[in-house]
Ligand binder design. Structure first.
Ligand SMILES: [Zn+2]
Length: 84
């Protein structure tokens, strides 16, 4: 049994959530910024492709972006073909 990774692009959902939290600080005023991707989402992300994400600081009204790359993985647990 084998699982072969295809080279086609897979698109996520309109509201694609991830079990990750981003923690950073505003580059201007050092205010703590958090983005919880279980609450927030990426919209139709292409798995394996970089996404430009914008952050906004409420304290000093600074806006900036960072790059993030969503991925999707399928792991084969059964290694050998089983007979029934
Ligand atoms: Zn700020």
């Amino acid at each position: 049994m084998k699982l072969i990774k295809k080279e086609t692009e897979t698109e996520g959902d309109k509201r694609q959530h991830f079990p990750y939290v981003l923690e950073t600080n505003c580059p201007k005023c050092n205010n703590e910024i958090k983005r919880d991707y279980e609450r927030d989402h990426l919209s139709y992300p292409i798995f394996g492709k970089e996404v430009k994400e914008y952050l906004y600081c409420d304290e000093c009204e600074h806006e900036w972006y960072f790059l993030i790359k969503p991925s999707i993985k399928l792991e084969l647990v059964t290694k050998n073909d089983s007979k029934h």
